[in-house]
Ligand binder design. Structure first.
Ligand code: ACO
Ligand code: KIV
Length: 521
């Protein structure tokens, strides 16, 4: 069934122009293979019309339209062309392979564009519309005509040319807000006026094509639907010329979530939205802003403790649609300094930890300290933090505090305080670098001088604020023990790792020949 044949008067056709208008974004060019990948997802998700390119523009565009046309199983495939026979012939050459082809022809109709850009009289424009649409109809039953810069077109002239295009055989009439200038009320009034005044308006489906120069593209498109428009032209991620086009994911979800206020249907399977967004971002090289509606990284992410608590009790407290409905697995409780105990407990559960009350309180307080120091707290950080805590449980020696002097013009010194069997002692040692100074201070305080067999540092996550995870292996009298320490400060992590290994070494040694451990300072 072609989009024109759909009988449901509340059905809004989704016309995706990611591959044409989206690709007009400076820097967003896609290869043929990438376009085919995107087109396949659009076809699968239920897009009614895919505008695959502008065939006269280049051989590459021609080939892309032709290959998309061949490949699509259910979507209609459109190719754009100017009001020119050569353009239309070329477009048809590419489209004729499609199961359901559409020729999309356009011409500017605002006084400014006609005079300055086209340098044509309005009467010549009317004639060009008649000729181009009639020519396209010779090839194809499905012809869309667009009035470029329609929202800045003089109303009487607009009505006249819409009537002309429909009389010449256009089955879809698109009145674009080419420069993103209109407002929702104005766009609504314009469509209502045209539909009321043009005598053959009922012979065509009306279409909205909005640009986002004032951030109104989606609002304007939805206003057009209220005025009787039944096709929306949009792009994945809102890609498109300048500030982009109306974002498909926002249109589809607005109509779905607020069906009570806007009782219209689309044929889109919204669970494809995330996948389509990721794919378009990847092939266009345009990242999706974190707070982008529907498909932004943070669209279903919650960091504040109060929100996270609400989410855990009932997701509807802070989410108006489910992440699953747009193809995400689940909401993301982002752990940060605003998170509370409920969310932290849930996160630990997800990560496979079941801590007792004391261990939980200890881990939570260390997590808060970490979140104060670190911009992003990732799952790996929490794992490192809890493992570090579990590793140290029962340790006889603990790091209480550490102060380091290091740099180009100071003696590298570690001022270290340890708690050994409940007794607090401090030492200050210099060394060949801060790590050496720390390890010397530990040896002095514990009276233990094992051989350092391994010292290794790695970053738990990316970024300069990443936690360092340090591994140390110590050997003494045939006993070997390893220890780990994690902290945003590599030197603190080093001290913890050494002390952790030493605790284990002492336990091992004591198991074979028990001995007391004395604080030596
Ligand atoms: C609002 C929109 O998004 S419209 C689509 C915009 N997309 C593109 O322009 C991308 C593809 N475009 C192209 O590859 C090229 O511009 C082409 C192949 C279409 C034309 O290239 P050129 O022949 O070198 O012309 P150029 O781009 O410099 O100028 C455009 C010409 O088309 C004319 N023109 C513009 N729109 C139309 C139209 N709808 N119908 C007829 N003529 C038009 C202009 O008046 C100008 O004519 P002129 O050469 O007589 O002055
Ligand atoms: C050619 C038309 C549909 C267009 O892209 C616009 O006016 O923005």
């Amino acid at each position: 069934m072609t989009p024109q044949e759909i009988n449901d008067s509340n059905y809004v056709r989704i016309f995706d122009t990611t591959l044409r208008d989206g690709e007009q974004s400076p820097g967003a060019s896609m290869t043929l293979a990438e376009k085919l990948k995107v087109a396949e997802v659009l076809d699968d998700m239920g897009v009614d019309v895919i505008e695959a390119g502008f065939p006269i523009a280049s051989n590459g565009d021609f080939e892309a339209v032709r290959e998309v046309a061949k490949l699509m199983k259910r979507s209609t495939v459109a190719g754009l062309c100017r009001a020119s026979k050569v353009d239309i012939d070329r477009a048809w050459e590419a489209l004729r392979h499609a199961k359901s082809p559409r020729i999309h022809t356009f011409i500017s109709t605002s006084p400014l564009h006609m005079k300055v850009k086209l340098q044509m009289d309005p009467e010549d424009v009317v004639a060009a519309i008649h000729e181009s649409v009639s020519h396209a109809r010779r090839y194809c039953e499905d012809v869309e005509w667009s009035a470029e810069d329609g929202t800045r077109t003089e109303p009487d002239f607009l009505c006249r040319i819409v009537e002309t295009a429909i009389a010449a055989g256009a089955t879809t009439i698109n009145i674009p807000d080419t420069v993103g200038y209109t407002t929702p009320d104005e766009y609504f009034d314009m469509f209502r006026m045209v539909r009321e005044r043009v005598p053959n308006a009922d012979k065509a489906v009306f279409s909205a094509h909005c640009h986002n120069d004032l951030g109104l593209a989606v609002a304007n498109s939805l206003a057009a639907v209220r005025a009787g428009v039944r096709q929306i032209e949009c792009t994945i991620n809102g890609l498109g010329e300048r500030a982009g086009n109306a974002a498909m994911e926002e249109i589809v979800m607005a109509l779905r979530v607020r069906h009570d206020a806007m009782p219209y249907e689309t044929g889109i399977d919204s669970t494809y939205l995330t996948r389509a967004s990721k794919l378009v971002s990847q092939v266009s090289g345009f990242p999706v802003q974190y707070n982008k509606a529907i498909v932004g990284k943070n669209a279903f992410a919650h960091e504040s403790g109060i929100h996270q608590d609400g989410m855990l009790k009932d997701a509807q407290t802070y989410e108006i649609m489910t992440p699953e409905s747009v193809g995400l697995n689940k909401s993301n409780l982002v752990m940060g300094k605003h998170s509370g105990r409920h969310a932290f407990k849930e996160k630990l559960k997800d990560l496979g930890y079941a801590l007792g009350d004391n261990a939980f309180q200890e881990a939570f307080s260390r997590f808060k300290d970490l979140a104060d120091r670190k911009k992003n707290v990732y799952d790996e950080d929490i794992v490192a933090l809890v493992d570090d805590e579990l590793n140290r449980a029962g340790d006889r020696i603990r790091v209480k505090s550490l102060r380091i002097a290091c740099g180009t013009d100071v003696v590298q010194t570690a001022d270290l305080t340890l708690e050994i069997d409940g007794k607090v002692s401090s030492a200050s040692m210099s060394g060949d670098g801060p790590v050496d100074a720390i390890f010397k201070a530990i040896k002095k305080l514990t009276g233990e001088y094992p051989h350092l067999a391994l010292y290794q540092v790695h970053a738990v996550t990316g970024g300069t604020d990443a936690q360092a995870e340090v591994s140390v292996r110590l050997e003494d009298e045939g006993h070997v023990a390893s220890g780990q320490g994690a902290d945003t400060d590599t030197l603190v992590a080093s001290a913890k790792a050494y002390v952790n290994a030493l605790n284990r070494l002492i336990v091992r040694r004591e198991k074979s020949a028990p001995q007391g451990l004395q604080a030596s300072a």
